[in-house]
Design a protein around this ligand. Structure first.
Ligand code: SF4
Length: 576
């Protein structure tokens, strides 16, 4: 079965901004946090916000003053003032595109224009906009409503940002005929239009479309309607539990889209559940998929990648590859990644729900694998010498204590640091450093305790490659990390900036690899390693352009990076 995930699926800019503002407030602030009305129409997100102590209120009377979040729809200025007067601290998450409409109404109402708002009469955004019209605002939902308008001399016409484009065009055409002197502003948000246009196009090329999102979400319902208008079955579901397997299994191609208030992890869960449906005609395909899934979820594939990188790095730095070193790196990475999945299971629950269930289901066997591989890694380090053993013991200890409170009581460094994991961006950087140490430094120290230029250069290269891989996964995990308050690098820098940094790092790595053999920093294999840099750059580009949908197959491709690196290194070595 083929799947197509809409590029526009999931949070729009305004909703993402509002959810992030609430989560950041909940992670940082003490005291009550309220949202004025439900933040978005999505039951899973509302449930998480409730777990984080965020209360939805529609009326502030009787509520203890605290932080109150104005949702993306905005609020009439009079109500905002009432909140301030009642002692609340306003966190204004009004979508910038809604603010733009509010500003237009405000500006023209000061000049004596009436405001005609094309929208749903009871919609909170429309009621908010009406508040800016200074008592001379009118809401119209159909062309017929124009007849009910009082005589108006000067007026502006704006739209609710999520208004149906066709309806707005029809109404504004009538206005142009009857009231040509009215000023019309098409304020419909292009995010809504793009989402509908994409699903319309998608529906023409698939057998059915799964539309993910809350039942109360108007824009999600509209997406299902658009699909139905194209004569294609639409399955509107809130979560993967509602998937109709019987109806979907015989299909050849399925499209997936989601409303503006559907979080990534819900879409991911649906996508992965669909991916796992066996296709009757290709059972072997499914068997391969299941093996891939097991290798990925258990972290075994990644751990093999660490062993492969150790091999490639030995050839790159000119030392003899050793099986003991590769096994040590494999065991260390396997043990640490399994343990960290258990320790950070709260974030895993949101970022990778399938992995979370896998860890719950195979709890004991995975714990046994983590302990045995940890012990085997230390034993292999011991066979390599006392120094590698000591260093591996220290970094293993740091690895398992990453999320453990090391500053007792209420003492904190800065405002909030009590654990290593509290240091912003620490996860990405520490993982990268640990990879550099186990794949390069320890194998070198087992040969000689002398610190060489080649050892330093290759360990930095390995760390950079591990950094790019880890930061890339951190980008995929941003929503879940934000929920649990983990300040990963992409959360600090933002997605776009993180991608820019990763690309620049790959570019620098490319340039350095070209000159490394001439500077005696590495063997000529450095030229071959440029292919690994291209591999990772291609992954980043494919993700950015949405050529590949993030699912198991995509993750498998990313985790193949170090295996690919070892294959290039092996072939290069053979040919050289
Ligand atoms: S649909 Fe558009 S206007 Fe509405 S919240 Fe999203 S980005 Fe803002």
């Amino acid at each position: 079965m083929k799947f197509k995930l809409a590029k526009t699926a999931g949070f729009c800019m305004g909703v993402r901004r509002a959810v992030e503002m609430v989560l950041d407030t909940a992670n940082r602030q003490q005291g009550p946090i309220y949202t004025y009305g439900p933040l978005i129409h999505n039951p899973q997100v509302l449930e998480i916000l409730a777990e984080k102590g965020v209360t939805v209120i529609d009326d502030v009377s009787g509520a203890k003053p605290g932080n109150i979040v104005i949702r993306a729809h905005g609020l009439p200025p009079q109500e905002k003032q009432a909140l301030l007067d009642a002692g609340f601290i306003i966190i204004d998450a009004t979508c910038p595109r809604v603010i733009k409409v509010q500003t237009i109404i405000s500006k023209y109402s000061r000049q004596g224009y009436a405001a005609i708002i094309v929208g749903d009469k009871d919609h909170p955004e429309v009621l908010g906009l009406l508040g800016y019209a200074k008592g001379v605002g009118h809401i119209i939902s159909h062309s017929d409503d124009l007849d009910k308008l009082p005589p108006i001399e000067r007026a502006i016409v704006v739209a609710q940002t999520t208004q149906d484009g066709h309806l707005f065009d029809t109404i504004t055409r009538t206005i142009a005929e009857r009231f040509p002197h009215f000023k019309v502003f098409n304020t419909i948000c292009d995010s809504t239009l793009k989402r509908q246009a994409e699903v319309r196009k998608m529906a023409k090329g698939v057998d059915a479309v799964v539309v993910v999102g809350g039942r109360d979400s108007g824009n999600t319902r509209r997406l299902a309607q658009v699909v139905a208008q194209e004569g294609v079955p639409a399955f509107h579901i809130e979560s993967e539990a509602e998937l109709d397997f019987e109806a979907i299994e015989p299909l050849d191609s399925v499209g997936i889209t989601a409303g503006a208030s559907t979080p990534n992890w819900v879409i991911k869960k649906v996508y992965r559940t669909l991916e796992a449906i066996p296709h009757q005609a290709r059972r072997w395909h499914h068997a391969v998929f299941r093996i891939q899934r097991w290798l990925l979820l258990s972290n075994l594939y990644l751990a093999v990648g660490a062993g492969c990188l150790t091999y490639a790095c030995a050839l790159l730095s000119g030392i003899r590859p050793s099986f003991a070193s590769a096994l040590m790196a494999t065991c260390y990475v396997l043990s640490m990644h399994i343990l960290n999945n258990f320790i950070g299971k709260e974030a895993v629950r949101y970022n990778d729900p399938d992995r979370a269930s896998f860890y719950d289901y195979n709890r004991w066997i995975l714990l046994a694998i983590a302990i045995i591989s940890g012990a085997t890694g230390l034993f292999m380090a011991f066979t390599l010498g006392p120094v590698p053993f000591l260093i591996l013991s220290i970094i293993s200890l740091l690895g398992v204590s990453y999320k453990v409170k090391i500053i007792p009581g209420n003492l904190k460094i800065g405002k909030k640091i009590q654990r290593i994991s509290d240091v912003p961006g620490s996860k990405t950087v520490l993982i990268a450093i640990a990879w550099g140490i186990v794949t390069v430094v320890l194998p070198h120290l087992s040969v000689s305790l002398k610190i060489t230029k080649a050892m330093l250069f290759v360990s930095v290269w390995a760390s950079v490659m591990a950094f790019v891989r880890t930061a890339f996964f951190d980008v995929l995990d941003m929503q879940g990390d934000r929920i649990v308050g983990q300040e990963s690098l992409p959360i600090m820098l933002g997605e776009r900036k993180t991608f820019r940094v990763l690309k620049q790092l790959l570019l620098i790595t490319f340039a350095v690899l070209i000159s490394a053999p001439m500077m005696y920093l590495a063997t000529t294999l450095a030229y071959g390693m440029i292919l690994s840099v291209f591999y990772m750059a291609a992954i980043l580009e494919a993700f950015k352009r949405q050529w590949i949908v993030p699912g198991f197959r995509f993750e498998f491709l990313v985790e193949t990076l170090f295996i690919f690196t070892a294959i290039v290194a092996g072939l290069w070595h053979l040919l050289a």
